[in-house]
Each structure stands twice: as C-alpha cells, then as structure tokens.
Design a protein around this ligand. Structure first.
Ligand SMILES: C[S@@+](CC[C@H](N)C(=O)[O-])C[C@H]1O[C@@H](n2cnc3c(N)ncnc32)[C@H](O)[C@@H]1O
Length: 327
C-alpha cells in the first residue's frame, strides 16, 4: 500500500511512451525499442523489468521483451483498452492525490484552494487533457454500459437523453440495444465535437446528436429516459438538486431517470469492492468537490427533487442502475 504509486506511474509511463502499441506486433530487443521510442536503453530496460514484474510485458530470450496478455489492455486501439485510464490517473490526477491531506483539512479540491474554481471548465482550454479524460470515461463506461442497456426494459423508449454523457458511450450502448430509439448527448464544449464523432463512429449519425448545453440551466425535454452516469457524484447535494430539478422540469409524466453510480455501503469492510467505491469518493474530494452516496442518500436526494422511491440494480464493475420516476 505504501509504495503502490510506483505501479500507476510504471503503467502511465508505458502508455505515454506508446510501449504497448509498439510491442503489439511482436517482441523486440531493448536496443530496438529504445531507438524507436527515443529512450535511454538502460533506463528503458529498468522500466521493462518493472513492467515484467507486473505482468504487462514478458522477457523474450536474452535481451528482448514481448507484450504479456495484460499489456494488451494498455494498447490504444483495443475495445477493452484502459490506456487512457492509466494516463489520466498517472498524469492528470496524480498531483491532486499528492495533496489529499490538504483536501481533508479544508474539505476543498486542489482547484478550489488554488484557483477558486469548480467543475469541468478547465478542460475547455486544454484539448489534450479533455481528450484523455473523455477517452478514460469511455473506457470506464464501456465496462458497464451494455449491462445497463440489457438489464433495464427500454423496449417502449423512443428517445434517450444522456445528461453530461461525455462522448456518449452509455447512449451508444442503449441505442445499439434499442434500434427503434434515438438520442441526444448533452455536454459542454470540451466533449464536443469528440462526442458527435464517437456517436458517428458507432454508426449512429442518423439517430444520435451531440448538443451543447449546461445541465445547471436547462435539459432537453420530451425524452422517455434521462441517463445520468457518473454525473451526480461530481457535485454536492445542492448542485445535484439543481440538476435533478432541471431533469424533472424537462420530463414528460411517463418518463424516467436512470442514474448510474457506485453506491457507498452503509458500513465499510476490508475488500476490493469497497476500496473501489471509497477510492472514487476520495477522488471526488480531491478533484471535483462531489461525493459517493449510500442508497439512503440517493433516495433522499431524489425524493427532495420530486422523484419516486428509487430501485437499485447492481449492473457491472461495481456500478448500480438507480431507476426512478417523477412522483
Ligand atoms: C464523470 S463525467 C461522466 C461522463 C459520462 N456520463 C460517463 O459516465 O461516461 C461527467 C460529465 O459531466 C459533464 N458536465 C459537467 N458540467 C456540465 C454541465 N454544466 N452541463 C453539461 N454537462 C456537464 C462533464 O463535461 C463530464 O463529461
């Protein structure tokens, strides 16, 4: 636990260098790799030893390395890639975690302490950070999206709105499973036009549109399902109340809301599953000012915004689909 950070940095460095993609075609000698990746050969060999111990690469002969099965998850072009996740954590989130103690002392994120800023506006002026963040969200959401689409009954749904949908990976899965439906991806500038490209690349150009908008101001009306994945956990209760009130206002009487979030257990055990949700909660503390919530806290939040008692359905990768209607 004390030294765990070296693993994040080893994985992030491998992705930054493009090492997994370079090895995907076959094993190479350290010298050849160092030349093509513009690295110091001795230093690269030491990184490769570290990655070998983590099962990312494997030794091949006297002086070569090949990509191990796990290493394929760090390539940029595989459907189950987590490369952008490794890059986002190791490069962009890293400084925030380095100041966790300051967030615990003040209750404020690093950006709130230093710049008095909240939210995602900083991504609008940093296209490369925005690209990595949005790809990281696609990779995370891909682990759960098909399970959300298949575990809820969307057969009567004609239109979805993916509220703060990133590049729209959840919308893609819902539309793929429901060919009769169309959808709108609501996002702010940094996720457009990448979001529209993502929808088009999924073959949904005729059925899905990325629309710029601010969910604190207004949300498109007339949809049957409003998807909110990993949105509420970014904000405090008062801010969630504003977002939910705008959803409520946009909804037709029959429409429903599907919130997809990790749910904080009432009591914490020593387990990988609980570590995943508390890690995400602390990430919200250092990075965005939001929080993870228990079932009771979600029910209270939704009830206060005029929604019915929610149902909780565990779907995949530690996420729950939380379904509620206008009451
Ligand atoms: C954690 S990401 C979740 C993305 C997507 N729902 C997913 O799970 O893959 C939260 C998203 O909310 C979007 N967002 C933040 N503030 C917003 C606003 N005021 N209006 C619309 N979207 C916003 C961000 O741009 C970001 O893409």
């Amino acid at each position: 636990m004390i030294h765990g950070g070296w693993m994040s940095q080893a994985l992030c460095s491998a992705v930054q260098l493009g090492l997994p993609d370079r090895l995907a075609a076959g094993g190479q000698s350290v010298a050849a790799l160092a030349a093509s990746l513009h690295c110091n050969p001795d230093a690269l060999r030491r990184l490769l030893r570290g990655l070998t111990s983590l099962g990312i690469v494997a030794e091949q002969g006297h002086d070569g390395y090949t990509l191990a099965p796990l290493g394929h998850r760090l390539r940029c072009d595989t459907p189950d890639s987590l490369g952008a996740q490794a890059l986002w954590f190791g490069r962009y989130s890293w400084p925030l975690w380095g100041e966790l103690v300051d967030s615990v002392r003040t209750g404020l994120t690093r950006r709130e302490r230093r710049l008095g800023q909240q939210g995602y506006a900083h991504l609008d002026s940093d296209p490369e950070a925005a690209r990595v963040f949005n790809l990281a969200m696609v990779q995370l959401t891909r682990m759960v999206a098909a399970a959300v689409a298949s575990s809820l009954d969307f057969t009567a749904v004609r239109r979805f709105v993916d509220v703060g949908g990133g590049y729209g990976e959840l919308l893609v899965a819902c539309l793929a499973a429901n060919p009769h439906a169309s959808g709108t991806l609501l996002e702010i500038a940094h996720a457009l036009p990448g979001g529209q490209r993502h929808l088009d690349d999924a073959g949904l150009a005729a059925r899905a549109v990325a629309q710029e908008g601010d969910f604190f101001v207004a949300i498109p009306d007339g949809a049957d399902v409003y998807l909110l994945k990993a949105v509420l956990h970014n904000w405090d209760d008062a801010q969630c109340g504003v977002i939910l009130a705008n959803v409520r206002r946009a909804m037709a009487p029959h429409a429903r809301v599907v919130v997809v979030e990790r749910v904080l257990p009432d009591s914490i055990a020593v387990s990988a599953a609980h570590q995943a949700v508390v890690r995400s909660d602390l990430k919200m503390l250092v990075g965005l000012g939001g929080r993870e919530r228990t079932r009771g806290e979600f029910a209270a939040l939704l009830g206060a915004a005029g929604f019915s008692e929610p149902s909780f359905r565990p779907v995949a990768a530690g996420f729950c689909a939380i379904e509620t209607f206008g009451s």
